[in-house]
Design a protein around this ligand. Sequence first.
Ligand code: BG6
Length: 473
Amino acid sequence: MYHTKTSSFPKDFLWGASTSAYQVEGASLLDGKGPSCQDVKQIPEGTSDLTVCVDHYHRYKEDIALMAEMGFKAYRFSISWSRILPEGTGKVNQKGIDFYHNLIDTCLSYGIEPIVTMFHFDMPAALDDRGSWSNRDSITWFSDYAKLLFETYGKKVKYWLTINEQNMLTLVGPVIGTLRMPENCKNILKETYQQNHHMLVAQAKAMALCHEMLPEAKIGPAPNISLVYAASCKPEDVLAAQNFNAVRNWLYLDMAVYGEYNHQVWAWLKEHDACPEVTDEDKQILKQGRADYIGFNYYNTATVESCGHIELKENQQVDQQSGLIEPGMYTHYRNPNLSKTQFGWEIDPIGFRATIREMYSRYRLPMLVTENGLGAYDTLEDGKVHDTYRIQYLKDHIEQMQLAISDGCEMLGYCPWSAIDLISTHEGIVKRYGFIYVDRDEFDLKTLNRYRKDSFFWYQKVIKTNGDDLTIE
Ligand code: BG6
């Protein structure tokens, strides 16, 4: 659809950016924090560990002041479960509670809306030892944790997000350093989707609890949603794209919005004797948990073609955005129409618009972009970082989001990844995303000083003009 006139961004549009606790805070075992699965995982070779990150724990005031200087209306961050409950359940760590009070209060003092993710890839290690999401008790662990968050921060926080990228935890958990398989597990697919089921029920419980305890607040999921294209107009490829769309995207949103399993995914699991055990109580809980909005991370689209019952290669390279294959369902296809980042992720701004349109057609809920951004090698020279490539990426995506709004889609805000440089899920600090550069290398912590990148000033102008001026100087 071509628009002769595009709609403006809504007046109260939430311009901001995102981070997650384990990637930005550091202080990984300080002030009573218990270890999370990220602190005990095997760190990918050649990349930094997560003990200091960019030391947001000690420098959050300076960081939030810089966000305020950019004009942020919102800051999406996550709470580290094991910082406030070192064992995951039971005894509360007051210093952890205080830290997030201070962080939230600092945001509010600048008029920045805190958007809180309750769980971003960092299961308390103590709960990992008790089986993590494979243990049905995880539903209670998570809802008790959610209750504590609502009681503690409910007066100050209006926007809540449940589980970051639950779909990626399920599809590529080992890459992220999560998802535990019990020893001698015979049906890995079934076990994986049983864990996924526990997360879905836990999320629904948290949503229902939020509505009960904080009627004014809004809560939503935060999956990684990428529209899946068919590699060709061959009908078999179209079916493959539908398959991957269902497994990757709609399973999670059908559940968060309608409280129901996606029928295609259910049929596929059934075929593999992998349906999770669902109790009557689960069904009731799933129906009670309703999202008020959809938070979603978008990096690029995926393209697939049909495939038969092929053998999977060992050590197949996969991550959140690339490489996934499911024999009999779909296999990834390199889209020749798209360029790639320095780290091999495809770039597809038009796909962003298509993804937003598709989601709105299916769910009719307002949407909040909780991540979107370019991971690149940045260079600091004379205190400056000329990241025109990042500005271009963000500009192209913001333009497409505006077109999606002009198409009639309802958008609440845009929080790209990331507010400040942080440690990537599996590629270290060198894969930088921030508007703010942090002076450190992979293994040399250097000064940890902060520098405004060119994208900082550009985004400042974008926010100031509420998205009217996207020009690049
Ligand atoms: C998302 C995650 O998958 O993508 C973030 O929610 C992550 O935690 C981001 O950092 C970028 O991925 P990566 O692998 O480049 O760090």
